[in-house]
Design a protein around this ligand. Sequence first.
Ligand code: NAD
Ligand code: UGA
Length: 453
Amino acid sequence: MKIDSICCIGAGYVGGPTMAVIAQKCPNIKVTVVDLNEARIAAWNDADFDKLPVYEPGLADVVKEARGRNLFFSTDVDKAIDEAQMIFISVNTPTKTYGAGKGMAADLKYIELCARQIARIAKSDKIVVEKSTLPVRTAEAIKSILDNTGNGVNFQILSNPEFLAEGTAVQDLHNPDRVLIGGNDAEAIQSLVDVYGNWVPKERILTTNVWSSELSKLTANAFLAQRVSSINAISELCEKTEADVSEVAKAIGMDSRIGSKFLKASVGFGGSCFQKDILNLVYIAKSYGLHEVADYWEQVVIMNDHQKHRFAKNIVRTLYNTVSGKKIAMLGWAFKKDTNDTRESAAINVAQDLLNEEAKVAVYDPKVEPAQIQFDLGEQFEGVTIENNPYETCKNAHAVAILTEWDEFVTYDWQKIYDGMLKPAFVFDGRNILDKQKMKAIGFIYNAVGSSN
Ligand code: NAD
Ligand code: UGA
């Protein structure tokens, strides 16, 4: 089937950018992205491209090029399903917060709702593509719902997990390491291969069976997160032994079998997916009785929790064992640079720990809205101030903590920040982005992750 109309259910961090790029690269395919969230769809349609709901470098230009030509954002889900030959499901699959598997398993209720809606509306054959990250064998459940509640039309299910990282989404979509398509039906697979073939070289489009594709996505995130936890585990040892984690990372990364990426020690990984996907993997392993497999992967999350809390504890210990009533300036709230996404950001845990110790927390982030910070902290937000200027944020602070590796933090006038702070002035660099020697020369007591002072 040659595809000329696509619908994507879910206009979030994956659905929005992914479909914008498909529309940009395939001008002959009509791409409609739908969502129940009216405010989100309105923002995708906003005349002011600075107001798109997802901040990603380069995204506004892609949307500018395609929107209104062959890219549309709408809340009319039924109509978009009816008109499309191929339907991507890009809805959220968060960790369950209730019932069996609470705190571990993926909550598939949004996926099931989509499947039922597609079954109800579809009056012609459809290819349904799993774009969301899903537990292995979910395609089976989707197929069962579609076939049992549908109108007798033919459904093919493909798995096409997304590997983009936030902050580099457009770059990743334009030039992916690989596109993975899992399926059982050669014709359906070919239809999707042809869509990506408009800009992705053939040798980077990998086809597998559905289950391998579903499981590869969870596995990829587990491996990436595991690298971060591994280097973070070593960072604690470095702090005790006068080894320097950046030097260790460089030394091991030069071994081509290990490779240099994803070896930056940090305050801990965040983002909506690493923890959720590992917990999901752990849950699946447990459900098959594979307890050693489950424990092995769970340790990646346990180590990450330890790293986040350790960072806050270190601040308290270094500030003479009390931060009560002291102003601590936090630079960065997003879970990584170049995104406005704060889901599972380490900054949230660190702020919570400091607020529990009665610190006065001041936050500055170049892209995160104050309302989001308020949402993330709930009632604890009472103890927080937000400035729109980093120098004000740091003024009269006992300590500055760097939580996100935004490039602009490196370029600040750190002498000016030092002059405005209480003395001794402490810096806790949770991303190792500042120059230790320069900071010390200014007079800061500088603490990095994974090296001794
Ligand atoms: P998101 O929360 O940003 O977006 C999901 C959207 O789906 C929301 O806007 C929600 O309103 C909408 N939605 C939910 N149910 C709906 C329904 N029945 N009908 C219409 N709209 C509905 O989530 P996201 O970050 O885009 O992630 C989506 C999926 O992609 C998840 O499974 C995630 O694991 C996976 N993923 C995310 C990333 C990432 O970088 N964020 C990367 C790769 C994969
Ligand atoms: C990650 C994966 O990289 C994507 O391939 C995947 O598609 C996505 O999850 C997903 O499924 O959602 P993302 O979470 O957007 O992407 O960003 P990453 O660059 O992976 O960073 C995740 C976290 O790890 C961030 O908090 C980052 O600061 C931290 N990190 C990363 C480190 O602390 N050290 C590193 O060396 C690398």
